[in-house]
Design a binder for this molecule. Structure first.
Ligand SMILES: [Zn+2]
Length: 254
């Protein structure tokens, strides 16, 4: 805008530009929020929190259970923890999924997971069916919240999928390293095996009370369990069916 004298009237420009600038900034912020919300774990989705009844009224389940590309915010959370540069898997091979799940408190919680894109739609279908069946999962946040420490995540009974790591005590790459395996309610469904000396081992440590699978207790995965039935229906195999060791929390699809 120019004044009648032909010079730029900066005072006038300020008063004219301010509302327009505000609208432009607001539009940018809205677009940014929409992109962040739609593309990963950016603002708007705090896994581990309870969804209030008021929020449930406006939250559509359809906006969850969708495989999303790993966005910059999620990549930053994972970098140097569950993910590091390697010859086997790229971030573009992975997907981020927002999940709704019932907690042990019977309330709806926000969850999240990262998995291989090859199994992402199957895993989304499994998670949606678990939610609709009101299957109780205590906690589902990225293992990065535990600095990618599998023991810490399992002890907290955290359900998780991708983590670039070897098998416990082994030299082989875990199927979790490719995002093809998920551990469900791990404290109540521990990994049980015998070491080379024949000693019985249980992981996590606080899962020892649940290593005896002849006992009856809540959140136990066995062949009559709803989660077992749903995972198997979608082509996953169960670690509880392994012969040499038993990984009751573990489902995988290759
Ligand atoms: Zn596992």
């Amino acid at each position: 805008m120019t004044s009648s004298t032909g010079y730029l009237d900066t005072a006038n420009l300020k008063s004219y530009a301010k509302p327009a600038l505000r609208i432009a900034l607001l539009a940018v912020a809205m677009v940014w929020a929409a992109v962040a919300f739609a593309s990963g774990s950016g603002t708007g989705w705090v896994a581990g929190t309870v969804v209030t009844e008021a929020e449930m009224a406006t939250l559509r389940a359809d906006s969850c259970f969708i495989p999303l590309a790993i966005d910059a915010a999620t990549a930053a959370r994972m970098q140097g923890k569950s993910y590091r540069a390697n010859p086997h898997i790229k971030l573009t091979d992975l997907r981020y999924v927002r999940v709704l799940h019932y907690g042990f408190d019977g309330k709806v919680h926000r969850g999240e997971l990262v998995c291989n894109r090859r199994i992402a739609s199957d895993l989304c279908a499994v998670m949606r069916e678990l939610y609709e069946a009101r299957y109780e999962i205590e906690r589902m946040v990225l293992i990065d919240e535990y600095d990618a420490d599998d023991d810490a995540s399992m002890s907290a009974n955290n359900t998780s999928c991708f983590c670039y790591r070897k098998t416990p005590g082994g030299r082989k790459l875990s199927n979790h390293a490719l995002g093809l395996a998920i551990d469900l309610n791990p404290r109540y469904n521990p990994f049980c095996w015998r070491d080379r000396k024949g000693n019985r081992r249980v992981q996590p440590d606080n899962g020892r009370d649940y290593a005896d699978r002849s006992k009856r207790f809540a959140h136990k995965i066995d062949r009559t369990d709803t989660a077992y039935r749903i995972f198997i229906k979608h082509g996953f195999t169960w670690g509880g069916a392994w012969r040499s060791s038993k990984d009751y929390q573990h489902f995988e699809k290759r």
